[in-house]
Design a protein around this ligand. Structure first.
Ligand code: PLP
Length: 357
């Protein structure tokens, strides 16, 4: 059954929603400063928004030390993914990504008549050699989410650079860093690559750590020629005024972002530990560098991911069962508040105990 979730509606069929942990959102919500900034512009809703998202691009440029003219904002990074496919690939071309990559890459490729090509992974992680082996003269775009969704896996900065170095010069490398702020250690978010090479697009979003998923704000950074090609096919008024104002304020609220980051990393590791403790029942947590944990159920184990998902739903916990993404043995659980994350782990433990015991 498909369970639709209506924001603000407190029930899931007849049951109360205890935690919505299905879309990797910020469990604390948007920064109150972002809410105030969005509220302040509501009265001007009869006016079209700035079509160029000028103030937001300037704020991003100042924050990241990059050129505002080389930034394009989009209706979430979803739109930017479609713009990359539309600007750089067409019928007969190939768009390449890793198996268990972000679902929109496939949609974006098909939408423009290109052929989606999937490179094999290694244990849910990008295999750079396999990606490079899948490149042909028709490959026009390579998408890589790092950290990846729905797996949470990360490849090192050196591996990202090795992947880029192996691509032909006429192939666009779109590095989707939607979860950049949760990655630790040596990490390549793509901005430095863009400065050095003309064929890289770095993609970012305000939907995750910044807590603005409903406002639909994303941005891309690339060489001027690539940004120009993307501008030519975008909707003129793609980012709403509330989104632009909210994103600027969210960017400035460093404390809110830091609180979310610290909380998420701590509770992600806690949740992964809880899952690993159920290893005897065939559960495994895939190591995650994002704000969620992918839980895999052993093929020959006593339990199925489908049953676990149903049990969680019975307890009012909305996770993401990944059968539609060809991962029938997996559910993905976003890190929620402490209470939500504990409730999810408790529900999972009860399910395992109930079936195994
Ligand atoms: N890229 C990745 C890897 C994601 O996981 C998501 C959302 O889940 C997106 C892009 C799109 O985010 P949005 O369109 O909300 O910016």
């Amino acid at each position: 059954a498909i369970h639709a979730y209506v924001p603000g509606k407190a029930s899931l069929d007849a049951r109360p929603v205890v935690a919505k942990l299905s879309s990797n959102e910020n469990p604390f919500g948007p920064s109150p400063k972002a809410v105030a900034a969005m509220t302040a512009v509501l009265g001007a809703s009869h006016l079209y928004p700035d079509p160029a998202s000028t103030a937001l691009r300037e704020a991003l440029a100042a924050r990241h030390g990059i050129e505002a003219a080389q930034i394009i904002c989009g209706t979430g990074s979803d739109e930017l993914i479609h713009l990359v496919a539309g600007a750089f690939a067409g019928p007969g071309d190939e768009v390449l990504y890793v198996r268990y990559g972000f679902a929109v890459y496939d949609i974006a490729a098909r939408r423009v008549g290109a052929v989606p090509v999937v490179a094999p992974d290694v244990d849910y992680t990008c295999d750079v050699d396999a990606v490079l082996a899948a490149v042909t003269e028709r490959t026009k775009v390579v998408f890589l989410a790092n950290p990846n969704n729905p797996t949470g896996t990360l490849i090192s900065a050196a591996e990202v650079r090795r992947l880029h170095a192996g691509l032909p010069a006429d192939c666009v490398f779109a590095l989707d860093a939607a979860y950049a702020e949760f990655a630790e250690g040596e990490y390549e978010d793509g901005l430095a690559l863009v400065k050095a090479f003309p064929n890289v697009v770095a993609l970012r979003t305000f939907s995750k750590i910044y807590g603005l998923a409903a406002q639909r704000v994303g941005w891309a950074y690339a060489a001027p020629a690539l940004i120009d090609a993307m501008h030519r096919i975008r909707a003129p008024f793609n980012v709403p005024a509330t989104g632009q104002a909210g994103a600027i304020a969210a960017l400035a609220d460093v404390d809110w972002v830091e609180k979310t980051r610290a909380h998420t990393i701590a509770w992600r590791e806690w949740l992964a530990g809880e899952v690993e403790a159920l290893g005897n029942a065939g559960l495994r947590a895939i190591p995650s560098a994002a704000n969620f944990v992918l839980v895999e159920f052993a093929e020959d184990g006593p339990l199925t991911a489908a049953a676990a998902n149903a049990a969680l739903l019975e307890d009012g916990i909305i996770a993401r069962y990944l059968a539609v993404q060809a991962m029938p043995r997996c559910i993905r659980i976003s890190v929620g508040t402490e209470g939500e994350t504990r409730a999810a782990a408790e529900s999972l433990r009860r399910f395992v105990g109930g079936v195994a015991g």
